[in-house]
Design a protein around this ligand. Structure first.
Ligand SMILES: *Cc1c(COP(=O)(O)O)cnc(C)c1O
Length: 390
């Protein structure tokens, strides 16, 4: 008998869409080196330009601003490195302001740069995990070179006021970057509407292949090479193009644009049904983030179960075929609670007892029913075993 798998870790990564897989197969003859002048090379280059245009229209950007990378980690690192170069030039305007809830690809880079002596400040968030705009306003000054605020958070699902944050950055003459990796395909994202000078995204978070992403950089903003070498990507990122992955990203972008409204509706419906079911069936739970449709990524539900450990819940759910995530980083054997939840004021014990359910296009209402059948006895069992005192 096949094991039933209910995959609810779509914020971690998604399964490739069937349309993306077939499209990549159909185009497996586009293997030429896109830098070559022969026909196969030119055909590959044309495919890559098609994908560039698809990504550009998904985020309402100029195709010239789209740079292919290996994913959002590289894109986030690159933006911070560009401004490290700005600081190295001795520019007075060299401070970076970002937030306490960014993805590790930003937070860890910030940690590294701070150790090297660069000036970086983190904006705090409120109890739903939304940045405090008055605090941002107070942090950004005329020495600030870059402000970076993610569009939607991967753990809490909270949507950030990026348009307002961009306006604060611009008022002080700073550039604005947003890590839109979690928002793409779930809510409309327009670099023009936000006023974003830079944006990061990654294909595997919206049904495309892994290892391919984009850094959008508005034409005329500061740039320095991401990878030195060949002339690819206008000399900014050297290396032979990964044709197949780029085509897959292009197809995923096309699907995301076409299905955005339907996708949003479906995800919100499943997430809300799960929230309601948990509320009815399990006593004493705390929902993290916001329950307002305009402030929450539609497929994300983050829940804290007092007197229960997230990792135990995760393992028991996994045993039933339900794949979820906790915000903890399992580093060197010690489980650190989610810094994102701690930043919004959740206490350490509750952060330890939190679980993230994240829906995707291949989930159904049947999956919600299945979770609601399996979860309550698991919580009861984990709570009865718990030695923690909360
Ligand atoms: C997944 C994720 C990243 C990292 O993307 P990769 O493609 O895995 O490098 C960055 N930011 C956010 C918000 C993410 O969810």
């Amino acid at each position: 008998m096949d094991r039933r798998v209910v995959y609810l870790d779509n914020n971690g990564t998604t399964r490739m869409a069937d349309e993306v897989i077939s499209f990549m197969h159909e185009n497996d003859d586009l293997y030429g080196n896109a830098s070559s002048m022969h026909t196969l090379g030119r055909e590959a280059a044309a495919g890559i330009e098609w994908a560039r245009n698809e990504v550009a229209s998904l985020i309402d950007a100029e195709p010239e601003g789209i740079y292919f990378t290996s994913g959002a980690s590289e894109s986030n690192n690159t933006v911070l490195n560009i401004f490290r170069d700005v600081a190295d030039r001795g520019d007075k305007r060299s401070r970076i302001v970002t937030t306490e809830i960014e993805h590790p690809a930003t937070i860890e880079t910030v940690r590294y740069l701070r150790k090297k002596g660069y000036r970086i400040d983190l904006c705090p968030v409120d109890s739903i995990g939304r940045i405090k705009l008055d605090e941002l306003e107070a942090l950004v000054d005329d020495d600030t070179a870059l402000v970076s605020v993610m569009t939607g958070n991967n753990e809490s699902g909270t949507i950030q006021p990026v348009k307002e944050a961009a306006a604060i950055a611009h008022k002080h003459g700073a550039y604005f970057h947003t890590d839109a990796t979690q928002a793409i395909g779930k809510i409309p994202v327009s670099v023009k509407d936000i006023g974003a000078d830079y944006l990061s995204l990654s294909a595997h978070k919206f049904y495309g292949p892994k290892g391919i992403g984009v850094l959008y950089a508005k034409p005329s903003v500061p740039l320095s090479p991401f990878v030195h070498g060949g002339h690819q990507e206008k000399g900014m990122r050297a290396g032979t193009y990964n044709n197949q992955a780029i085509l897959g990203l292009g197809k995923a972008a096309e699907l995301a644009r076409e299905n955005l409204e339907e996708e949003h509706r479906k995800l919100w419906q499943m997430r809300t049904a799960l929230r309601k079911g948990i509320e009815e069936r399990i006593p004493d739970v705390i929902f993290n983030g916001s329950d307002d449709e305009s402030l929450c990524l539609p497929g994300t539900l983050n829940v804290s179960f007092p007197r229960a450990e997230g990792e135990s819940i995760l393992l028991y759910l996994d045993f039933e075929g339900i794949e979820v995530s906790t915000g903890s980083a399992c580093a060197t054997g010690s489980l650190e609670p989610s810094y994102v939840l701690l930043a919004s004021g959740l206490d350490v014990e509750l952060a330890h007892g939190s679980v993230r359910f994240s829906f995707g296009r291949y989930n159904t209402m049947d999956d919600v029913e299945y979770v609601l059948e399996k979860l309550p006895p698991i919580i009861e069992k984990v709570r009865s075993m718990s030695t923690r005192r909360v």
